[in-house]
Every structure is written in C-alpha cells, then in structure tokens.
Design a protein around this ligand. Sequence first.
Ligand SMILES: *Cc1c(COP(=O)(O)O)cnc(C)c1O
Length: 361
Amino acid sequence: MAEGRVYNFSAGPSMLPLEVLERAGAEITNWNGSGMSVMEMSHRSKAFLKIFEGTQEKLCRLMGIPEGYKILFLQGGASAQFSMVPLNLISKSGKADYAITGHFANVAYKEAKKYGTINIAATSEDKSHTYIPTQAELKLDPEASYFYYCANNTICGTEWQYVPETGSVPLVCDMSSDILSRPVDVSKFGIIFAGAQKNMAPAGLTVAIVKEELVGAELPITPLMMNYKTMIDKDSMYNTPPCWCIYILGLVLDWLDDLGGIPGMEAIKGKKAGMLYEVLDNSKLFHCPAQPGSRSDMNVVFRTESEELDEKFVKAATAAGFTNLKGHRNVGGMRASIYNAMPMEGVEKLCDFIRAFEKSN
Ligand SMILES: *Cc1c(COP(=O)(O)O)cnc(C)c1O
C-alpha cells in the first residue's frame, strides 16, 4: 500500500488498483509520446482509437464475448440502462419479466412500467431482500420480451449464484457490482450492462454488451441517444465517448490479465469473501442478514444488535484506516465492499480489526 492511502471499502466509486493509478499518473501529461494527456485527445485521433480498440479487444478476450455481440461504451450510468432496456426491447410483446431482489432492481422495475406490462417474476421483499429466489420460484411468462435481473445487490449484499433458465426469453442483467469478478457465459445473455465505477473504471462510463440481433425494434419514442442501434452503428462514437474512463478500463483489464484474468480473480475474490464471512459467522457480536447461499462476494453487509455499537465500530474503523464501512442509509449497519481492486491484505487486516473490536466490546 502506498504511503497515506487507506483501505477504502466504498460501494462505489470505489478503489482502483494502485498499479493502474500509478501508470495513469506516469502517463498523465504525455501518453505514449503523443505529447498530450488522454484527456486532451480527440476521440477520433489515431492515438485514442488505439486505446479504444485495445480496451474493446481486451474486454472481449477476458470475458470470452462471442460473435454476434457488441461492446458499447455509454454514459448515463447503469441507471440510464433502466430506461434504455425497455425502450429498445419491450416492443416484441409489450411485456417483460422482472426479478426484484433489491433496490436497483426495484428502480429498474418502476422505470420499465412506463413502457409496457411488467410481470414481477420474483421478489425477495418478504424477507427484506436477504435472499435470492430459486429457479423453481420464478414465475416466467413465455411471451415476455425479456427477463430482467440484477446479478449482485449492492445495498442488500446478496448475489445470484445461478443464471436463470428462461428458455427462449432473452436475459438482461445488471452486473454493475460484480462484473469481472467471476466467469460469465455471455452467450446466455441478451444484454449485460454495468456502471463502471465498482469493478471497472472511474464513474462516467457504462459498459453494455448487446446481442446484435435484439436491436432495431425500439419504441418510436426512443431518444436517439438511448437507441442501442445508434451506438452500434457508430461503434459508441455517435457523440464523444467517456474517453478517460475507457483508457482507465484498458489499464484495469491489463492488471486483471496479469492476475490470471477472470478465473484468477474469481479465486482471489472467493478467498477474500470467505475469510470475511468466516470471521463474522464465528462472531457473537456481529451477524450477516444475507442468507447463506445468497450472499454477495462483493458487498459484505453486517451489523451488531445495537445502532450505537455499529456507530462506534464505523468510527473506530475509520480511525484505523478502514474507510466507508457505514452501511447504506436504507439498511443501516455496516457494509464492506470488497471489489476486485481491494487487496487481500486489506481484507485480512479488516478481519483482524473485527476480531479485536469484538474482544474489547
Ligand atoms: C451502483 C449501481 C447502480 C447505479 O449505477 P449508476 O451508474 O450510479 O447509475 C445500478 N445497479 C447496481 C447493481 C449498482 O451497484
């Protein structure tokens, strides 16, 4: 860890790998002999196109994205996709299935209702979103234009441990907070999207991986900038793309490649999450509301029996160099977001801190 840096457990924007920050720092005034920063380049320049295509190529290779899919670099955050998905896909039957397993899935559901008939295929609201419904519990409509779910529920700390089987109904998945942390069979999906600020790059970039055969049937009211076809036809350059974020994503992907790609990262994140859950499960002071089998490896939500003690923990942790452990305002308690860039050492030290805090309280 570099001098003065803290272990930042923020849910997003979150830590970036130190190597990436240092390389970006070294290149900030003069990228690769171009005489300028990536922030100052024309997005249509040769130098930037090399960065852009390199980032696309690396993402395609690391995720194993097959033929027939397009990688889009968009703006508007994951939240813009909540509108873009129904605008582009719902015309097929006017209906769609949504699984509501947390805050962001619920926001997406409410947005989609403006554009069609939305069936709640599953909801975990009955138990405060502390679990993921099983395949058998999904109420699927075979006529749905698509099935929508959120792979990792950033606020509640739950994560789908299986990919839903929906027959010929295309899967649409919000992977904002667990993309690049575990292998994904992209061919099972119609659209995967992710806001970059959790596991990919700085805020300002949204990555969408779109099956090309699904586009071109957008509702007539679809704004030009929210039409996947506009962006596919112009290779994400209909207007100025988020150039700096795309460059940083390229550096993050180089870093990921050196760690063994996504299978390498899956092993690392499994170890980090396993370690933290073990300490919490063996604790008499702390507990995790998320049910075993549904727990997130990215956002570990935990709490004590008392709000005062939670507050004391967060304060003491901050003073010890573990920042942003306060839980989301909707759920309270604590949340340790341990995305890809959180070093193993950060989680080990947090585990030590939790044990020590328990002893003295
Ligand atoms: C953070 C987050 C969002 C919201 O992303 P924005 O880029 O801020 O719009 C949506 N879904 C999930 C799962 C998230 O973690």
